[in-house]
Design a protein. Structure first.
Length: 553
C-alpha cells in the first residue's frame, strides 16, 4: 500500500513552522508536532527548512548475543506497564503502532501513515500491508481496533491507557463508545473522538501501548508469546535475567523497511541498583550495554574506555506529598499552605547539583519543560526557607515527622537526601526511608511522601494528563481540581502551540500555587557501551529498539 501523505500539511503544522522560523519553537518540538499530525519525517524537515541529519551507516554484523544491564521486573498486562523497563522486556515481540525517535519525530511502525482532521477529533489510520503475527495470523485493522478497545477499558486494573484515550470512551459504560472505532477495511480504521485530542499519536508510542494478539488473556505476555516483532520470548526471572531470541520461523515485516534484526539473542541482565556492580561487570566483559549511566559512574565508565551517548530530555524526578494518603490522624498534606511551604524550603538548584551532579537544567515545580512546544515561562520556583518555617510553625506542625521515601539508587537517593536536608534546615522534622527496587516499584503510588522518576514525553499535555488529572491512573499526588481538568481539556484541543501556551501558563501556575510537587530539575540522560555496539544511542524515553541494534562488522 503506497504511503498516503495529505495533499497539504495540517494547518497547525504550518503555524508551527512559522513559530520555528521565528524562534518561538525548538527544532525537536517542531518535528514532534509535525509528525504527530501526519507528516513523514522527511516532509517535516523540509517544511521546517531544516537539514536532515546525515548519519554514517556503519556495517553491522549478523548474529551475536547482546547483554544489556537493566533491572528485570515482573510483567503484567502491557496496558498496565508503569516502568520503561517493562516495555523493553517485551518490545522485541510486542510492537507498537508508532515509534518515537531520538530526533523528536514519530515514525510509523505497524501504522504506515495517518491523517488528522483540523480539530483533532478524527484520526484516519493506515496499517502496513503484509504484517503477520508470529503464529502466522494476518495482522489487520481488526487487531488494532481490538487493542484500542482494550486500552479504553476503565475497569481494567492500573490501565493508564484509558486516561490517554478519554475521547473514545463512553463515560456511562467505561468502555469504548460504539461509534468511536470504525474498521473501514483490513488496513484502514478511523478513530472518532468526542473531544479534540492532539496527543493521540504520541500516546500510541508510549510503552504501555504494545499490541497483543487476540489470544492474549492478560498476565505475563511471555506466557502467550505471540507478537508481530522479530524476536520471541525465551525466559524471564525477575531480579535476574530476561532473554529473547530471534524468531527462527517468523518473517518480520520490518526487514524490508528498516533492515535488521541483526542479533540472534538479547539478554537483559539485572545487576541491582548499585552502579559499582555495573562497572565491575563492564570491566570483566560480562555486559555490552548499560540501560542508563548515572552520577559519578558516568566519569567512571568514560575512564574504562566505554563509549558514551547523551540526550537532553524532559525526564525528571518529582517529590510529592500525597493528598489522598491514608495516615494516622489528619493528613497534613491536604493543607495547601503546608505543601507550598515545603516547596518554599527547597532550592531546586541545590538539588540538581547534589542529586544529579549538575547534569541537567533547573526546573520550576510545574512539570512542563522548556523543550515542550507550548511551555510558558512563569519564572523560577520561589525559595524562602524562613517563610516556609513560619507557615509550618503557624500551623502547629513543626514537630510533625515527614517520612521521605525513595528507591535505593544513587541519583534518586541523593536527590531525596538533598530535599530532606533543606526541609530540616527550615525547621521541619524529616526521616528518610530508602527502599530496595522491588519494594518501591510495587508501591510507588501509595507512599504519603516520596520521590518518583518520570519519563520524558514529547508533548506538554501528556504528563499532565497522566499525573495530575483528577483520578488518573498515575496520579500519585492525589491532586484533584475541576478547573485544572477543564483547562487541560482545553489545552488538548489546541493544535497551535502559541494558542495552547496561554492555557499551559494557567496549568503550570495552578500546579505551583497549589504546591502539588517539588520538581527540582530536568535530567540529561546517558548510557555507555563497550564500543562494539551499533545504534544503541540513549533514547530520551529510555526505549531500546532491538531491531536496530547489532555489533560492528
Amino acid at each position: 500500500m503506497p504511503r498516503q501523505i495529505p495533499p497539504v500539511p495540517h494547518s497547525a503544522t504550518l503555524c508551527d513552522a512559522q513559530a520555528l522560523r521565528a524562534g518561538r519553537m525548538q527544532r525537536r518540538e517542531f518535528l514532534t508536532r509535525a509528525t504527530a499530525l501526519g507528516l513523514s519525517a522527511g516532509a517535516a524537515y523540509a517544511l521546517g527548512g531544516l537539514s536532515q541529519p546525515l548519519h554514517a551507516k556503519p556495517a553491522i554484523a549478523q548474529g551475536g548475543t547482546l547483554r544489556i544491564q537493566q533491572n528485570v521486573k515482573p510483567l503484567s498486562d502491557p496496558r498496565s506497564y508503569d516502568w520503561s523497563e517493562l516495555g523493553n522486556q517485551t518490545r522485541g515481540f510486542l510492537e507498537y503502532l508508532v515509534e518515537y525517535q531520538t530526533d523528536g519525530t514519530f515514525t510509523g511502525m505497524l501504522l504506515d501513515n495517518w491523517q488528522v482532521n483540523e480539530d483533532a477529533t478524527r484520526y484516519l489510520l493506515h496499517l502496513r500491508a503484509n504484517v503477520t503475527w508470529n503464529n502466522g495470523d494476518p495482522f489487520t485493522a481488526r487487531d488494532v481496533a481490538r487493542n484500542i478497545a482494550r486500552w479504553c477499558d476503565t475497569t481494567a486494573e492500573r490501565n493508564s491507557m484509558a486516561g490517554r484515550f478519554a475521547g473514545l470512551i463512553d463515560p456511562d459504560t467505561g468502555q469504548a463508545r460504539k461509534d468511536a472505532i470504525t474498521v473501514l477495511d483490513d488496513l484502514t480504521l478511523v478513530l472518532s473522538l468526542s473531544q479534540p485530542d492532539i496527543s493521540v499519536i504520541a500516546n500510541m508510542a508510549d510503552y504501555p501501548a504494545a499490541l497483543v494478539h487476540e489470544s492474549y488473556e492478560g498476565g505475563d505476555p511471555f506466557l502467550n508469546g505471540i507478537g508481530t516483532g522479530p524476536f520471541r520470548p525465551v525466559s524471564l526471572i525477575p531480579g535476574e535475567r530476561c532473554i529473547l531470541e530471534r524468531h527462527p520461523e517468523h518473517r518480520w515485516w520490518g526487514t524490508e523497511v528498516f533492515g535488521g534484526p541483526y542479533l540472534d539473542r538479547v539478554e537483559f541482565v539485572d545487576l541491582g541498583l548499585n552502579p559499582s556492580a555495573w562497572l565491575g561487570a563492564a570491566e570483566r566483559g560480562e555486559i555490552d550495554l548499560l540501560y542508563e549511566t548515572v552520577g559519578d559512574f558516568i566519569d567512571a565508565m568514560d575512564g574504562i574506555g566505554w563509549a558514551s551517548t547523551r540526550t537532553e530530555t524532559a525526564a525528571t524526578t518529582v517529590i510529592r506529598a500525597s493528598q489522598s494518603a491514608r495516615m494516622v490522624g489528619t493528613n497534613p498534606y491536604l493543607n495547601r499552605d503546608i505543601r507550598r511551604a515545603m516547596a518554599l524550603a527547597v532550592d531546586n538548584e541545590i538539588c540538581l547539583e547534589l542529586g544529579y551532579g549538575g547534569r541537567g537544567t533547573v526546573a520550576a515545580n510545574h512539570h512542563v519543560s522548556p523543550i515542550h512546544p507550548a511551555y510558558a515561562d512563569i519564572g523560577p520556583a520561589p525559595y524562602d526557607p524562613a517563610q516556609a518555617r513560619a507557615t509550618i510553625e503557624a500551623a502547629g506542625l513543626l514537630g510533625f515527622e515527614h517520612e521521605l521515601v525513595t528507591v535505593d539508587d544513587e541519583w534518586q537517593r541523593n536527590t531525596g537526601d538533598a530535599v530532606a536536608a533543606q526541609l530540616r534546615d527550615a525547621g521541619l522534622t524529616v526521616r528518610r526511608r530508602i527502599l530496595p527496587g522491588p519494594e518501591f516499584w510495587s508501591n510507588w503510588r501509595e507512599f504519603p511522601f516520596s520521590a518518583t522518576q518520570w519519563n520524558h514525553r514529547p508533548l506538554d499535555v501528556q504528563v499532565l494528563s497522566l499525573a495530575y488529572r483528577s483520578n488518573a491512573a498515575w496520579n500519585e499526588s492525589g491532586f484533584a481540581d475541576e478547573k485544572f481538568d477543564a483547562l487541560l481539556d482545553e489545552a488538548n484541543r489546541l493544535s497551535d502551540a502559541d494558542r495552547r501556551r496561554t492555557v499551559m501558563e494557567q496549568l503550570q501556575t495552578i500546579l505551583r500555587d497549589e504546591g502539588v510537587i517539588i520538581q527540582p530539575y530536568w535530567r540529561a540522560l546517558f548510557n555507555h557501551h563497550n564500543g562494539q555496539v551499533v545504534n544503541a544511542e540513549k533514547h530520551p524515553a529510555n526505549e531500546i529498539h532491538l531491531y536496530r541494534i547489532g555489533f560492528a562488522a
